[in-house]
Design a protein around this ligand. Structure first.
Ligand code: FE2
Ligand code: FE2
Length: 318
């Protein structure tokens, strides 16, 4: 579609701000920045565009069939990764007030202290996702730099790692639509990011294999957390979420079908993503970090499908 050129009606420079507003209202966002020489963001126009990483559509059976799973630690690097995740899990439980061992027949005072409310779950999700978005980005950045430095191919790992980081950030942004974190949460996220980003970067330089195993175990915990939240919702312990709809950005991102856009469906979709991260990272943690191609990259999958495709009759005859 050709847009009508607004240049013929250019206003004097003094009124460029109102002109920008006019162009934004009429949809000339690209031209507005060009004509007025200003940088600004038209969030409305941007949100209408498709994401670079379009999320695959899950079927109902796919999201419902996700199960918590555990990969046994086989050697000392696995045990180190698992031990670190358990230590971090304990720290995070303390930070987010997480406790799911309460029972409905527990003493009233104890129940009121430890029961996970909707607010506590969101607090936990926000903290969890703000941390979960770090490893993919760090790993992708370090592999990118390594590829440049060694002047060698990466074999498709970077794309999957960046996609994972983007997906985790979408989880975070979705939960932020349901709650506004206070200054204490901002401070906790900032502190955790400083420590975790630094620690994970150093660890990934030293041993990327242990780091992918670590993320695999971290994602195992994420699947358990979302499974428990879904169980709590099903048990009627989270009444505020029983009739709540997922935010529009989540409906759009996961392409949630009509009739399956409630809070429970949202948690099922997020859990399916976490299970995917778990399987991807455990697989990457078992590969040769320098030579093996990433079996989850689009290019690799296309090659496998090409190889599986039956040969045409004319080729077979030769
Ligand atoms: Fe996540
Ligand atoms: Fe994840």
């Amino acid at each position: 579609m050709t847009l009508p050129c607004p240049k013929a009606h250019l206003p004097p420079l003094s009124s460029t701000r109102s002109f920008e507003k006019h162009l934004l209202r009429t949809g000339f966002c690209m031209r507005a920045s060009f004509v007025t020489g200003r940088r600004f963001h038209n969030t409305q126009a941007q949100s209408a565009k498709r994401s670079s990483w379009t999320h695959p559509v899950y079927t109902q059976s796919e999201v419902l069939s996700v199960q918590a799973a555990h990969r046994n630690a086989k050697d000392w690097p696995d045990k180190l990764a698992l031990g670190t995740v358990r230590l971090l899990r304990w720290c995070m439980d303390c930070v987010t007030g997480y406790h799911t061992s309460h029972k409905t027949n527990a003493e009233p005072t104890r129940l009121s202290t430890y029961q996970m409310t909707e607010e506590k779950w969101i607090k936990r999700f926000v903290f969890l996702e703000s941390v979960a978005g770090v490893p993919g980005m760090v790993a992708a950045m370090l592999r990118h730099l390594k590829s440049l430095r060694r002047m060698r191919r990466d074999y498709g790992w970077i794309e999957t790692l960046l996609e994972e980081a983007y997906n985790e950030r979408m989880h975070l942004l979705t939960f932020l639509k349901l709650s506004k974190p206070g200054p204490s949460m901002h401070f906790m996220v900032l502190s955790a990011q400083c420590v975790f980003f630094t620690g994970f970067s150093i660890a990934y330089i030293l041993s990327p294999r242990i780091c992918h195993r670590f993320v695999g175990y971290l994602e195992e915990e994420a699947v358990i957390t979302y499974t428990k939240a879904i169980q709590e919702l099903d048990n009627g312990n989270l009444p505020l979420w029983s009739n709540m709809q997922a935010p529009p950005m989540a409906v759009k991102y996961w392409q949630m079908p009509e009739g399956h856009r409630c809070m429970r469906s949202l948690l099922l979709h997020v859990r399916a993503d976490e299970a995917n991260h778990r399987d991807v990272n455990h697989t990457l943690g078992s590969l040769d970090q320098d030579r093996d191609p990433n079996p989850f990259s689009a290019k690799f999958r296309a090659k496998v499908e090409e190889a599986r495709r039956p040969l045409p009759a004319s080729v077979k005859a030769n």
